[in-house]
Design a protein around this ligand. Structure first.
Ligand SMILES: C[S@@+](CC[C@H](N)C(=O)[O-])C[C@H]1O[C@@H](n2cnc3c(N)ncnc32)[C@H](O)[C@@H]1O
Length: 234
C-alpha cells in the first residue's frame, strides 16, 4: 500500500542517511503523486534509500520506482554493504514490492532503455559528463512530465552539466527549485524559462563559496552569507 500522507512516508525516510532535506522530500512526494495513477518513476542514485522510500510511498496503483545505482565503493557513499542497507530500509518502510533495483551505472543502462517514464529524479554521479548523460534520459519522459535534479545549484559538476539547457533545442523547461533540488518539465523552453535558469547562477556561486568556506572551517564567514548550518548547502 502507498502511504496516505507525506508525513507517514517521511516518518520512514527521516532516519535513513542521505542529503535530501524534508522540504525536498515533500517535493519528491508531490511530484510522484502528480505523476499519474500508476506512474513509472526512474531514480538515478539511491544510496541507502532515503529518496526511494519517499517516491515509492507516494506511487499509487501499479506504479513503480526503478532505482538505478551501482552502489559504488568509495569514501563518500560507502561500500557494497550500502546495497544491503538500501534493501533493508525499503523492507522496513514496506515499499520493496514497488521498487525495481538496477544495480548498475545510469550511463550503462540508458543506451538499452526503451520504456516511457512519468517522472525522472537525477541524483547519481555529480560530474559534468555523467550529469549530461543522465539528462539524456529525458527522451523517455512524457511531454509535461517532471525531471528533478538534486544539487542542481550546489555542485560545480551538476551545474555545468545542466548549462546546455540554456541553449537552443534543449528538451527541458526550468520551473523552480527547493533548495538545490531543481524542477524541470519535459518540453521546449521559452526565453522566460531560460532567463529563470540563468538567474539562479548567482545563488549557485554563493553556494560554492559557502562550501569553500566550510572546508576552510570559516563557519562565521559562512554565517554572514546567511548559512547557519555546519553542512553543505543542498
Ligand atoms: C547523493 S547519493 C544519492 C542519494 C539518494 N538519492 C538519497 O536521497 O538518499 C549518490 C548515489 O549515486 C550513486 N552513483 C554513483 N555513480 C552512479 C551512476 N553512474 N549511476 C547511478 N548512480 C550512481 C552512488 O552509488 C550513490 O549511492
Amino acid at each position: 500500500m502507498s502511504a496516505d500522507s507525506f508525513d507517514a512516508a517521511f516518518a520512514h525516510a527521516a532516519d535513513i542517511p542521505g542529503w535530501l532535506t524534508p522540504d525536498q522530500a515533500r517535493l519528491l512526494w508531490d511530484s510522484a503523486r502528480g505523476a499519474g495513477a500508476a506512474p513509472r518513476i526512474l531514480e538515478i542514485g539511491s544510496y541507502q534509500g532515503r529518496s526511494t522510500v519517499v517516491l515509492a510511498s507516494a506511487v499509487t496503483g501499479d506504479g513503480r520506482v526503478i532505482a538505478v545505482d551501482p552502489f559504488v565503493d568509495d569514501w563518500k557513499y560507502g561500500s557494497p554493504q550500502t546495497r544491503d542497507k538500501f534493501e533493508e530500509h525499503l523492507r522496513r518502510a514496506g515499499v520493496e514490492h514497488r521498487v525495481r533495483l538496477i544495480a548498475d551505472h545510469s550511463t550503462a543502462v540508458r543506451p538499452l532503455w526503451t520504456d516511457p517514464l512519468d517522472l525522472l529524479f537525477i541524483d547519481g554521479k555529480h560530474d559534468v559528463v555523467t550529469v549530461r548523460d543522465d539528462l539524456r534520459w529525458t527522451a523517455y519522459v512524457r511531454p509535461g512530465g517532471r525531471v528533478l535534479v538534486h544539487d542542481c545549484f550546489s555542485s560545480v559538476g551538476v551545474t555545468l552539466g545542466v548549462l546546455p539547457l540554456l541553449g537552443p533545442g534543449a528538451p527541458l523547461r526550468y520551473l523552480s527549485r527547493t533548495g538545490s533540488l531543481a524542477v524541470f518539465e519535459a518540453g521546449t523552453p521559452t526565453a522566460a524559462d531560460r532567463a529563470r535558469l540563468l538567474r539562479e547562477m548567482p545563488w549557485w556561486a554563493r553556494n560554492i563559496a559557502i562550501k569553500v568556506l566550510l572546508r576552510l572551517r570559516l563557519r562565521g564567514v559562512a554565517r554572514a552569507f546567511g548559512h547557519d548550518s555546519p553542512y553543505d548547502p543542498y
